[in-house]
Design a protein around this ligand. Structure first.
Ligand code: N01
Length: 891
């Protein structure tokens, strides 16, 4: 239906004073509620919007404090569902003011004649699911109650101000204002002694303007925020040109981007850039005055790696010192306690310069906490400040607060949402909650929401929900409800995602830490709007996975399951590989496959620096073999790890696992010698196995020459390399040495059987395929030789082998034989530590700096190697291994 026709069509709801009957009730007439109403009407649903405020606008209706502006460029913070609307409205500035944004919502409401279905000044007092009618019963404080089939919370993420939690607020005799509930006719602060408590976005936007009016302004800061100059003015030419060149493509790119604004994925990691290059990028971002730019475009690891992130913090501290004249004030304004971006950074106009004004004082609450608010002002540990006005810019009970504010919400069997969320919000996709049929949340906890351009995330949710409702109706279903399995799976996925970025390291409203007593968990989905959109689409394409659908005249449908079982970054990698449409490696022939691997490896991030990298030749079973040596930066002599690369005995060389070898070296603090053993088909079984053994013996004999610690060595390997490592242990035991102190086996090949379930479960789709393993075996080893323990070590004698660490990955054809080997070692009396990496594939653990969720696993491997070598398991904290890297879990 054309949009114009929708606008002219009248709602079929009735409001007679008795219960109002509609298909859909929406709470909130902000950005989400307005679009919902339009889209619902267009899909043929009757709908009512219940709104507490006196007009449209949501958070922009309430937040009228001086300086309130958008901090995503308004060109991006706009509706995109109707290209005509998009063309009809032109923003006057790069970052529009609150009054202009409110005018925009008024314009949208008028254009689609939305107000006639919005009940203003109406608050929901309770909502209850009725199992007999399959409807929600909603009690309001103004006018008729509502009965609806579907109930949608469009309540916003930052709309319920949190109480100030400071003793004595009620005693204050002066004026009190909240930025989030600013009086509509403004406040005259001229000549007054004003305090602002809070230095988040609201404080930082309002402080410069309040300072211009007040006789004196005292700012009470608990946590310093990172603030960047907005450089407001007309929309920047480069973005405008990009936008105007192809608006539809621009919008579409935004929908599939990381943060809902079309910027490319940055590829260069911090340590690949020189200081000068990093500074140049930073200065460009600083000059751009764009949060999304500086949050995503500096270097690829800025949001994930603690050290790389700290570089940004230091550059911003320099900027603060350059503006703020008093060094003590500059120091207090420089955030030291959280990574850049882990707490919402702010956009400012003259914020730091405001502290140079003679009528502005900063009180650092970290040094002198507020003791109380009194009748005349604020008392801290060190001073008493007399005041006429206190402005609370103390923020919101974010994400869950607004939903819980329209309580009680009672679902099936009388369960209340507050009891279900007592330990933190539980949702499926941030859209629905198990036990609450037909209840939807727009940008709820568990969805990208506040970590994205809200406009893009709101439209995606509204489209998804209304399209689902239409599809349900067309199929004869009347209820839709998330399953417990799906919801638990999403919670696991959210927890996995939370390890990807540094958000969890800061006490913020993202985690609920700003509200005393609130359960802390990273509430927004942090892995990007594009990947999230893909997941929501996948739920649909897989037959409403994770939802139970019912209807009076149709058979119930319940396609139970979890939509994401892979680790989030593994999923992304597989998605990228799928898009590359790579050839099947086994179709390329041995040389073609080797060339392919070389090319493929060029695309991965370079390994991180170690103390020294060298190369040379050692003596293999039948002649010299090349090796690559990685030495830690710490003083030696270090224990030596003999490393065997992966590649199915056919591919790879001593360089091909370079990033992993560097990582092992850095984390374990040991020398890693990667051996270039011979490959099939030129050198079939047992060449690789015999080379592995010979190389280990040679390295042990030449340990001192290599700068290593004489005595037992350690062996390690990945995939076929792990096969060689453990075969080496068996041969060393049987042939009188060398002494091996421990073995690290990452996704090892241990047996020639292909009938274990992991071969069937993971036959295709996870990079290492069953067909590729067949091919490797065929090239390496004739069927008659395959049961030889030098090919299938699981069939050998395992007693007396060195202690082992065996890592296996859930979605790997080799998973079960790895687990079986670990169990067989243990049964033979060998000390074994196992890591069964959930959600990982065969290559994830060695994809250093690509699969971040593998970091925890690699840290454990390094600890195990240190333990085998008799060293303290934890490497002393060094400057070049970030705490985040060491602490992250592998799942
Ligand atoms: O709230 P905040 P906000 N005693 O929570 C301090 C969006 N937004 O309203 O950090 C003393 O960020 C608190 O200190 P601490 C945007 O997403 C957008 O400013 O808890 N201090 C903090 O400094 C933003 O992130 C725009 O230690 C207390 C401040 O109050 C989000 O809304 C504009 C305290 C609260 O900062 C929230 O921003 C405005 C206490 N008892 C907001 N309690 C745009 O530009 C709290 N604080 C679009």
């Amino acid at each position: 239906m054309p949009d114009a026709a929708v606008a002219a069509r009248s709602s079929e709801t009735t409001n007679s004073g008795a219960t109002q009957q509609v298909d859909v009730a929406v709470v909130g007439a902000g950005f989400a509620g307005l679009y919902l109403l339009h889209k619902l009407r267009k899909a043929g649903f009757s709908a009512v919007v219940l709104e507490d405020a006196g007009d449209v606008g949501g958070t922009w209706y309430w937040n009228r404090y001086p300086g309130a502006r958008c901090d995503i460029q308004t060109m991006d913070y706009s509706y995109t569902f109707d290209p005509e609307l998009d063309r009809e409205w032109t923003w006057s500035e790069k970052y529009a003011t609150q009054p202009e944004i409110l005018r925009y919502f008024g314009f949208v409401a008028d254009r689609y004649d939305l107000r006639r279905d919005i009940r203003f000044n109406t608050r929901v007092k309770a909502a209850k699911w009725d199992d007999t009618s399959d409807r929600w019963q909603i009690v309001t404080d103004n006018g008729a109650d509502v009965s609806c089939r579907y109930y949608i919370m469009a309540t916003g993420c930052l709309s319920t101000p949190k109480p100030p939690e400071i003793d004595g607020v009620k005693d204050f005799k002066g004026e009190i204002y909240f930025t989030g509930r600013w009086p509509h006719d403004g406040v005259n602060l001229a000549g007054k002694r004003v305090a602002v408590i809070g230095t988040g976005s609201s404080g930082i936007q309002s402080i410069p303007l309040i300072a211009e009016q007040a006789a004196h302004l005292t700012v009470f800061q608990r946590t310093a925020s990172f603030a960047l100059p907005a450089h407001n003015g007309p929309a920047p030419d480069d973005r405008k040109t990009y936008f105007e060149a192809d608006r539809a493509a621009y919008r579409e790119q935004a929908r599939w981007s990381l943060a809902g604004v079309p910027y490319p994925q940055e590829m260069a990691v911090s340590w690949q850039l020189s200081d000068a290059e990093r500074r140049e990028r930073f200065e460009k971002a600083w000059a751009a005055g764009d949060l999304v730019h500086i949050l995503t475009q500096l270097w690829a690891d800025q949001a994930a790696d603690f050290d790389s992130n700290a570089l940004i913090g230091k550059l911003i501290h320099e900027k603060i010192r350059a503006v703020v004249k008093d060094p003590e004030t500059a120091a207090a304004l420089s955030p030291q306690d959280h990574p850049f971006g882990s707490k919402r950074p702010c956009l400012d106009t003259n914020y730091y310069a405001t502290y140079n004004r003679p009528n502005v004082t900063l009180v650092n609450l970290r040094q002198e906490p507020i003791k109380a608010i009194t009748a005349s002002g604020i008392v801290t540990d060190k001073r008493s400040v007399d005041l006429d006005v206190i402005v609370f810019a103390t923020g919101f009970d974010a994400m869950t607060g607004a939903i819980m504010a329209v309580h009680p919400i009672t679902g099936r069997a009388g369960k209340s949402l507050s009891s279900v969320w007592a330990q933190g919000p539980q949702t499926y996709l941030g859209l629905t909650v198990a036990g609450f049929p037909n209840l939807f949340m727009i940008t709820g906890p568990g969805s990208p929401s506040v970590l994205s351009n809200m406009a893009v995330s709101i439209e995606q949710h509204v489209d998804w929900v209304v399209d689902r409702l239409a599809a349900l109706r067309d199929a004869g279903f009347t209820t839709m409800e998330a399953t417990e399995t799906a919801q638990a799976g999403w919670a696991r996925h959210m927890a996995d995602c939370s390890m990807l970025t540094l958000h969890r390291l800061a006490n913020t409203w993202y985690t609920g830490a700003n509200v005393p007593g609130k359960v802390q968990t990273l509430m927004p989905y942090n892995s990007g709007v594009g990947p999230y959109r893909g997941i929501c689409n996948e739920v649909v394409s897989r037959g409403m996975l994770g939802f139970k659908l019912t209807g009076p005249d149709v058979a119930e449908q319940c396609n139970d399951g979890e939509v994401v079982r892979l680790q989030p970054d593994v999923r992304l990698v597989l998605g990228m590989l799928a898009e590359m449409n790579l050839p099947q490696i086994e179709s390329l022939g041995a040389q073609g496959a080797r060339d392919f691997l070389t090319e493929f490896n060029k695309g991965r991030p370079a390994g991180r620096p170690v103390g020294e990298v060298g190369s040379g030749a050692l003596q293999g079973a039948e002649g010299p073999l090349p090796y690559r040596l990685y030495r830690p930066a710490t003083p030696g002599p270090h224990p030596i790890v003999v490393y065997f690369h992966g590649g199915g005995w056919v591919l790879g060389d001593e360089l091909s696992d370079d990033p992993f070898c560097r990582d092992l070296c850095r984390r374990s603090g040991m020398i890693v010698v990667s051996v270039g053993y011979r490959h099939a088909p030129e050198h079939r079984f047992p060449a690789a196995a015999e080379d592995g053994y010979a190389a280990t013996r040679w390295i042990a004999e030449h340990a001192a020459e290599l700068g290593g610690r004489p005595g037992p060595v350690l062996v390690a390997g990945w995939s076929a390399g792990a096969n060689i490592a453990t075969v080496t242990c068996q041969l060393a035991r049987d042939r009188g040495g060398p002494q091996i102190a421990g073995q690290l086996l990452v996704c090892p090949v241990t047996d020639c059987r292909f009938d274990r379930p992991s071969y069937a479960d993971n036959a295709v789709g996870y990079f290492l395929t069953r067909a590729l393993m067949f091919w490797f075996w065929d090239i390496y080893c004739s069927p008659a030789d395959r049961t030889d323990p030098r090919a299938s070590p699981l069939r050998g004698n395992l007693a007396g082998l060195p202690p082992a660490f065996v890592a296996t990955c859930e979605f790997d054809p080799l998973r079960d034989e790895g687990i079986e080997y670990a169990e067989a070692l243990a049964a033979a009396g060998v000390p074994v530590e196992q890591l069964q990496a959930r959600g990982h594939i065969h290559s994830s653990l060695v994809m250093v700096d690509v699969v971040i969720t593998g970091v925890g696993g690699r840290a454990k491997m390094a600890e195990a190697l240190r333990g085998f070598a008799g060293l303290p398991r934890k490497l002393e904290e060094s400057a070049d291994i970030s705490p985040i890297s060491v602490n992250a879990a592998a799942g």
